[in-house]
Design a protein around this ligand. Structure first.
Ligand code: PMP
Length: 412
């Protein structure tokens, strides 16, 4: 029987398979539990990638699994012309836990779908065409979301994109002010850039975006697909500056690491298009009962176990260890940065980053394998980890840095 990696390489994505092979990750996953995942050879990995901010509760959190099983036995799929109870309850829960004034929810199945909804709502509400996004911003790869994700390697082959998009440097309020006019429908911004290489904006940036958008009658869209649900040490990334956006997108961790779901939460006025035009935007699977049941359980666990606070504490401990390693290996590590358990290690160059990722995988630690910023290795472990897991990762990282140093001997 042909092994699954070969099938993937042949039928899914040969380019990606080649990259995985290069990093020594030409493996097939078998099963997972909590912060650990096993491949089919029985090798165990500590998952410090967490599906880019999805596995806040780790793999197969028992309360999420139980909630999904219960819903599976009852009604996994909505008929859509009756109301789904878990979906309605989830919408109310999101209205309760998101910043002030956000009361209405549109459900999709992914981060990109949440962003697509935000784009359509912003244009419908303001009647304006222009969308402002940031350099390094990542909002998904469907056509609308892609148009807000300024990366030539993703955008160029798919052109023409959505018209009316302006790109400004991230963290720069002056540039944003210059890009604002009465045609701007919305400004979309991540509270911390994830795919952009873990960029924390300067203090006051989110507040500044809020003020500028308000002044120009434009909407502020906070893309919390990666930062949401505790990742940065607050339930939502915008809480770092006590900002309430007009629209907030969530996905990834919202499904509890078990189901795919995306949500766009917003102020009622921004959703008023649905009053005259109830099917202006819809999705067959969006917010289906199984995904909604998973999300309700995920939110409950996140709040009950105070995972944002845990992310802050465990994140500070991890950051301290990373800083120590940055001091010990300054010729390899340029900078460590981030917030909560959304951390990035910037290496002196991309090749060093790739070598370290491969060495870490060899030692049983998975980290973000990124092509956007290959010199930045991202650490986004489950928020349920303890200091023992951090110690395990740090010691593997130290060994990996030593091995990388050795491999580069004479070259540095
Ligand atoms: N927005 C942000 C901030 C993201 O990080 C991502 C995914 N990395 C997306 C949107 C797109 O999410 P998805 O992959 O679920 O479409």
């Amino acid at each position: 029987m042909t092994d699954a990696f070969t099938l993937f390489e042949r039928h899914v994505n040969p380019g990606l398979a080649g990259l995985l092979r290069f990093t020594g990750l030409d493996r097939v996953e078998s099963h997972a539990e909590g912060p650990y995942v096993w491949d089919t050879t029985g090798k165990r990995y500590l998952d410090f990638l967490g599906l880019y901010g999805t596995l806040n509760l780790g793999h197969r959190h028992p309360r999420v699994v139980e909630a999904v099983k219960r819903q599976l036995d009852r009604m996994p799929m909505s008929v859509r012309i009756l109301v789904s109870e878990p979906t309605a309850r989830l919408a109310a829960k999101l209205a309760e836990i998101t910043p002030e004034g956000l009361e209405m929810v549109f459900f999709g199945n992914s981060g990109a779908e949440a962003v697509e909804a935000a784009i359509k709502l912003a244009r419908a509400h303001t009647g304006r065409p222009t969308l402002v996004t940031t350099e390094g911003g990542f909002h998904g790869k469907t056509m609308g979301a892609l148009s807000l994700t300024p990366r030539p390697q993703y955008q160029d082959p798919a052109k023409p994109l959505l018209p009316g998009v302006r790109v400004v440097p991230y963290g720069d309020l002056k540039a944003l002010e210059e890009a604002m006019d009465e045609t701007v429908a919305a400004v979309i911004v991540e509270p911390v850039q994830g795919e952009g290489g873990i960029r924390v904006p300067p203090e006051g940036y989110l507040r500044g975006v809020r003020e500028l958008t308000r002044r120009w009658g434009a909407l502020m869209i906070a893309d919390e697909v990666q930062t949401g649900l505790g990742r940065t040490g607050k339930l939502w990334g915008v809480e770092w500056e006590a900002v309430a956006p007009d629209l907030l997108t969530s996905a990834k961790a919202l499904g509890g690491g078990v189901m795919p779901i995306g949500a766009c939460v917003g102020r009622p006025e921004v959703f008023s298009v649905f009053k005259e035009n109830p099917l202006y935007h819809s999705s067959t699977f969006g917010g289906n009962p199984l995904a909604a049941a998973a999300a309700l359980a995920a939110i409950e666990v996140t709040l009950e176990e105070n995972l944002p606070q845990r992310a802050l504490e465990v994140g500070a401990y991890l950051m301290e260890g990373l800083k120590g390693l940055a001091e010990a290996f300054p010729h390899l590590i340029a900078e460590v940065r981030g917030r909560g358990l959304m951390l990035g290690v910037e290496f002196q160059d991309a090749d060093i980053g790739a070598l370290v990722v491969a060495e870490l995988a060899e030692r049983g630690v998975l980290t973000a394998f990124g092509l956007n910023n290959p010199q930045v290795v991202r650490l986004e472990p489950p928020l349920i980890i303890g200091k023992e897991h951090v110690d395990e990762a740090l010691s593997a990282l130290e060994e990996s840095l030593k091995a990388t140093e050795k491999a580069l001997e004479g070259l540095l």
